[in-house]
Design a protein around this ligand. Sequence first.
Ligand SMILES: [Ca+2]
Ligand SMILES: [Ca+2]
Length: 503
Amino acid sequence: MMEAQDDVAEEHEPPTLTTLHRERVSLHTLPGLPRERVPLQKSSVCSRSYFMVVMVFFHVYIINVIALLLYVHYNNGPGELGPIANPRSGSSNHNQPPASIPPSPDPESRRTLYLPRIEGIRVGHVQKVSLVPKKVHEMWTLSLKPLLFEIPHFLAEEECDVVVQLAQLKGLTESQVMVPEDQEELTEQLDLSPEEIFNLLDLNQDGRLQLQEILTHSRVRDGIWLTPENLREIYSGLQADPDGDGLLSLEEFKRLSSNAFQRFLQQRGVKKSQLVRNSRHTWLYQGEGAHHVLQALRRRVTHLTRLPSSVVDLSEPLQVVRYEQGGHYHAHHDSGPVYPETACTHTRLAANTSTPFETSCRYITVLFYLNSVEGGGETTFPVADNRTYEEVSLIQNDVDLLDTRKHCDKGNLRVKPTKGTAVFWYNYLSDGKGWVGEQDEYSLHGGCVVTRGIKWIANNWINVDPDYQRQARYQQLVSQQQGSESHGTEGDPGQHNNLHQDL
Ligand SMILES: [Ca+2]
Ligand SMILES: [Ca+2]
């Protein structure tokens, strides 16, 4: 068997320089050798043509080898070992030139930022982490979809109290105003026809608008938490569904004005409990000059997430939220999906182009419980580790998994608020090359209604633009600004406070 393999190998072995040289010698410099020597005689029968054939094969072989080397060289980029051998390079394949075209200098290959991602291993896995001197914290994996961890005693009790007191000192404002009135602008700017709007709303593309499709949209757009019963009431009030089948056809949809629902709600009035969120909040700056507890908290978050401090330091300030008894936050995503025509709020100043859509790009959410709640107030992850994610199937007539006032107990995972505990999760998947990938839809979460007492929490969101170049430009711009400010007057400690957006 081995011999047969060897034969095959020999058959395909290309002629080497030595064998060819030997061939030349035998043909040209030793003409007088006796003809009875069989091997030479045999080769001399068709010596010239044989030599030509061998030479042609040799040249084809050499050309193939050179072509192969060039292919490998250009495919990996000059001086790169490739994304697997060097994760820091983090190059993105879709931006690279085809292998046959000589490459232009590729900015993707000059990446200096890399986002490490903590391994969850499995649900229930515990990792020891060192976040502060002389103390070891335990980090528990709560789910893999989203990648979610819990760290008990992340904050000392006194630290929790300081954060609450600082928030009270600054003053809190309502997290959500009642019915927003400036929603017309974007629709007008985009100049969409009723057919186009209908098509956008028709998530399952069956040519009719189900109650769930209208609810999903109105909750995001208007911030009013309508239930299927509310919507049926609105339909009958507006006579929107004359055939009474509970669905809106394109014809029925066209007869409604674009702000019909909003006007109806404004006339009818909306209670606080009908809003998407019912809480008060404030923002606390954590940079230089801030209270030492706030600065320490940011450093601890940097250690916890293992992200570059340049990324963490330029993220949103700390958001502190207070829920009264009866307060809630229905299930939502902290960050939106990012399409090419979407800009991130935090990098929009550094972006060269204007885009019609803007979203908060929150790679990670770190949530701190600042008190132990007497009743309710759990953080729910309704679809954590679910096999599938389907937006429309979250809202059924009998169970609405997004509703944290009614159906918190139906979700897959709930975290009980315990003073000092932190939970954190990734709102985006990895792109597999050390950067942010697609939105993780399983990161859907909400705050269950507080049934007894008051609930205090704080959020640290780590902002990263899924577009590496935009993030890099943004960081460069800020560091240049900081550099010039340090030469002149002292920097404004509140300069990052406008980089957040409520979701
Ligand atoms: Ca539909
Ligand atoms: Ca209908």
